[in-house]
Design a protein around this ligand. Structure first.
Ligand code: 13P
Length: 253
């Protein structure tokens, strides 16, 4: 029997002023379920992290950064380190989002460095993987996704993997209104879990959360989250308003 607690994370991307962020997280903090039922995470832009952490204090809502640089400190203009996002009060960090891979040339090697550095600072990485439409059409979805997963996680100990969350986000489903069918998503999730089981052992693979992301909305969340290997959602557009995010949270448990 699996005992994975679902996670629903909202990736706000480049959205929300401090006032908007504060208002949204206040509502989520008041409505979020107990963490034993579903872990709710929000990932505001870096400018709003501190405000969101302070507003969510004492609630069940956890806060993630959307990106990080692996170095501890130094001459890296424009970057934030794991130590700094932890200092602000974050507990999680998204890494390897397809927008970072595609628009900011983030490589598998960089994603791996970020994962290692986050774990060294007791932060939970939410590692995004996913194929483009061309790769899906070529039939290389599973090899692309497992290649990204392997590169991100290589060399981690079983104990370290236990803290990692994976998010399968098909690039063609992000922000497009096109969702992977529950079965298509389940097939990829099962392949990821199979890979984790082979590389890290069945027990840690069974306890690792694998989220689905890509046009998750209140009207499709329930059937996606009903699949046995889909352990939650990474939500973009629908996470920007409590009216659309909370029903997705409710659908997860
Ligand atoms: P949408 O839910 O807007 O498709 O975005 C998904 C996503 O990229 C979450 O990280």
């Amino acid at each position: 029997m699996t005992t994975r607690v679902p996670m629903v994370a909202g990736n706000w991307k480049l959205n929300h002023t401090l006032a908007d962020a504060k208002q949204l997280v206040s509502t989520l903090a008041a409505e979020a379920p107990d963490r034993s039922q579903c872990e709710v995470v929000v990932a505001p832009p870096a400018t709003a992290l501190k405000t969101v952490v302070d507003t969510a204090l004492g609630s069940a809502v956890a806060v993630a950064a959307q990106n990080v640089y692996h170095e501890k400190s130094g001459a890296f203009t424009g970057e934030n380190s794991p130590a700094l996002i932890r200092d602000v009060g974050c507990s999680h960090c998204i890494v390897g989002h397809s927008e970072r891979r595609q628009l900011f040339s983030e490589t598998d090697a960089a994603v791996h460095q970020k994962v290692v550095s986050l774990l060294e600072h007791q932060l939970i990485p939410i590692v995004c993987v996913g194929e483009t439409l061309a790769q899906r059409d070529e039939g290389t979805t599973v090899s692309v996704v497992l290649g990204q997963t392997e590169a991100a996680l290589k060399g981690l100990s079983d104990d370290q993997l236990a803290d990692v969350v994976i998010a399968y986000e098909p690039v063609w489903a992000i922000g497009t209104g096109r969702t992977a069918s529950p079965q298509d998503a389940q097939d990829v999730h099962a392949a990821i879990r199979g890979f984790l089981s082979k590389d890290f052992g069945a027990s840690v693979a069974e306890s690792t959360r694998i989220l689905y992301g890509g046009s998750v909305k209140p009207n499709n969340a329930k059937e996606l989250l009903a699949e046995p290997d889909i352990d939650g959602a990474l939500v973009g557009g629908a996470s920007l308003k409590s009216e659309s995010f909370l029903p997705i949270v409710q659908a997860a448990f």
